[in-house]
Design a protein around this ligand. Structure first.
Ligand code: UDX
Length: 438
């Protein structure tokens, strides 16, 4: 029995931590490294700093089984690594291009430390062509680089890792590709072997298409409002076509998060840099920006201030702050885009989200400083002129509408996620506005 592969994961965000924990769960020996001492201390104490279903249990099993450890810094772990996963952030520059500072810095640092024959895996979403950047930064000709993009959704990343629709491996050398594929051999799924550039393009094209589906259904919802059709029936009827599929056809306030906005803009930027105007993707992004504005108009109309600029004195009960349900991530949240605008126009925002009722870290507290954070739907509704549903948390679908109606000062409900039943809202004496609903 050959010694288990020693995998080192650089970066313990939701991609790195999920990758490290799941690879350990699959039986490999894993060291997860990060430069953030607080994060490493928290992980070594068995606490995970993010909301990911099932991750904490798998992590404690792997640590107890001696297959997973955490380290501050990449040295000395990488010195004995067979495979190193780069899972560092690739934030977005102002012009939409991806900022590779962290990827380059990690590669420069670990290059001299790697044992001969090691394989470095690009896991972070990196622009097409950056594969060579990592190779150059490593400065070694006796190690190889493989692109292995992730398709993890926040909140369900463990399930997505262990039950992927496919594994994509982009490499210039078959031996390195096979070494990476071997890490996943206990997962029963399709493995796509290709060149690095195609592998990176698969990731961007996948996210770009998913964002296109959501922008498309949001546009159809707008059309439904004009022609009197019902988006739920239309989306159901369209989604039953097996060539289309029903997922990512839920209308909402627009798409957000740490990936779609970044990856869709990067796709346009990469295309532009290579002489192609990806006008469809630009349109998808524009429609998403318009969707946020459509939500503002719905609120203005619901409180009879349509056409006004200001909302001074208006009290908004906001249900949901995160960019989607199942995560605590506020990055590029559509809910915050809508609420920031309402606050700029003078509205008072009283917000409840299941992930912001406890102690907030400094960054989150600062991001939400403009809003009054409360601990329940009822507290948010107290004295409110309008109730706005912004994140699709399941608990919002079963709120006590009679209690909300009694607590509110006004009677307007704007349901940006179509979670509520219009008839029930009206039966509680409230006025209902949805997205694409009659
Ligand atoms: C996405 C991709 O799904 C994942 O494969 C990739 O690896 C990372 O980016 P994530 O950003 O976690 O994952 O969120 P996702 O579940 O895709 O949702 C993105 C946004 O679209 C959210 O704001 C969500 O609320 C919105 N959305 C999604 C809709 O408005 N309607 C839908 O039907 C689906």
């Amino acid at each position: 029995m050959t010694a288990p592969t020693h995998v080192v994961v650089v970066g313990t965000g939701y991609v790195g931590l999920t990758t490290g924990v799941c690879l350990a769960h699959l039986g490999h020996r894993v060291t997860c490294c990060d430069i953030d001492e607080r994060k490493i201390d928290s992980l070594q104490a068995g606490r995970i700093p993010i909301v990911e279903a099932g991750l904490e249990e798998l992590m404690s099993d792997a640590v107890a089984g001696g297959r997973l450890e955490f380290a501050l810094g990449n040295d000395p772990a990488v010195r004995t690594a067979d495979v190193v996963f780069l899972c560092v952030p690739t934030p977005q520059d102002d012009d939409g291009s991806a900022d590779l500072t962290y990827v380059r810095a990690a590669a420069v640092e670990i290059g001299p430390l790697l044992p001969p024959g090691a394989v470095v895996v690009n896991k972070s979403t990196v622009p097409v062509g950056s594969f060579h950047l990592v190779g150059e930064a490593l400065g070694r000709d006796d190690v190889s680089v493989v692109s292995n993009p992730e398709f993890l959704r926040e909140g369900t990343s463990v399930n997505d890792f262990l039950h992927p629709d496919r594994i994509v491996i982009g490499a210039e050398h078959d031996e390195a590709a096979k070494r990476v594929a071997a890490l996943y051999e206990s997962i029963d799924t399709e493995v796509v072997f290709t060149d690095p550039t195609s592998a990176e393009t698969i990731k961007y094209a996948s996210n770009g298409f998913l964002a296109t589906k959501v922008s498309f259904i949001n546009s159809v919802a707008a059309l439904c409002e004009h022609i009197g059709a019902d988006i739920a029936a239309v989306a159901a009827g369209v989604g039953l076509d097996h060539r289309i599929g029903s997922q990512f056809l839920r209308p909402g306030p627009g798409w957000g998060g740490s990936c779609f906005p970044k990856d869709s803009r990067a796709l346009v930027s990469i295309a532009r840099d290579h002489g192609y105007d990806f006008s469809l993707m630009r349109g998808v992004i524009d429609i998403n920006e318009q969707q946020y504005a459509r939500m503002i108009h719905k609120v203005m109309a619901a409180v009879d201030r349509y056409g006004h600029d200001r909302l001074d004195g208006l009290v908004v009960a906001a249900l949901g702050l995160t960019f989607k349900a199942g995560t605590d991530d506020l990055r590029e949240s559509p809910a915050l885009r809508v609420l920031d605008t309402l606050a700029e126009r003078g509205a008072i925002i009283r917000a409840y989200d299941p992930t912001t009722t406890g102690e907030l870290d400094a960054h989150r507290a600062e991001r939400l400083a403009e809003f009054e954070l409360v601990g329940s739907v009822k507290q948010a509704a107290q004295g409110a002129d309008v109730l706005v549903v912004l994140t699709e948390w399941p608990e919002f679908a079963t709120i006590d509408l009679q209690a909300v109606s009694t607590a509110m000062r006004g009677a307007a409900v704007v349901d940006c996620r179509n979670l509520l039943v219009p008839f029930e809202v009206r039966a509680a004496g409230l006025n209902y506005t949805g997205v694409g609903r009659r």
